[in-house]
Ligand binder design. Structure first.
Ligand code: SF4
Ligand code: SF4
Length: 84
């Protein structure tokens, strides 16, 4: 199983997912205001899919709500500051 962190840049967020911590509960997907999170082809702790951004027509805003709600600290979000 690939347990290295998966880093995705999308919209205003740098989204890092730690597969060794993600149990595939989907809570982060429910809480994401832009619904950009969806299931990935990469597998997590229990062999279930992990999450990744880029699954809706709205981009990640870098709000960090997914990171806050993940019970297993499997997500880290850094906001990209764009001066536009
Ligand atoms: S940082 Fe916000 S917008 Fe981006 S994936 Fe997480 S909850 Fe969704
Ligand atoms: S990242 Fe966290 S909240 Fe999202 S599916 Fe994985 S364990 Fe659940």
């Amino acid at each position: 199983m690939e347990l290295k962190a998966i880093r995705t840049e999308e919209g205003r967020g740098i989204f890092t997912l730690f597969p060794g911590l993600c149990k595939g509960c989907g809570l982060c997907m429910d809480k994401c205001p832009t619904q950009t999170l969806g299931w990935s082809e990469d597998l997590g702790l229990y062999g279930t899919p992990v999450v990744e951004p880029g699954h809706s027509n709205k981009e990640c805003t870098g709000c960090g709500i997914c990171e806050t709600f993940c019970p297993d600290c499997a997500i880290k979000v850094e906001r990209i500051n764009k001066n536009t």
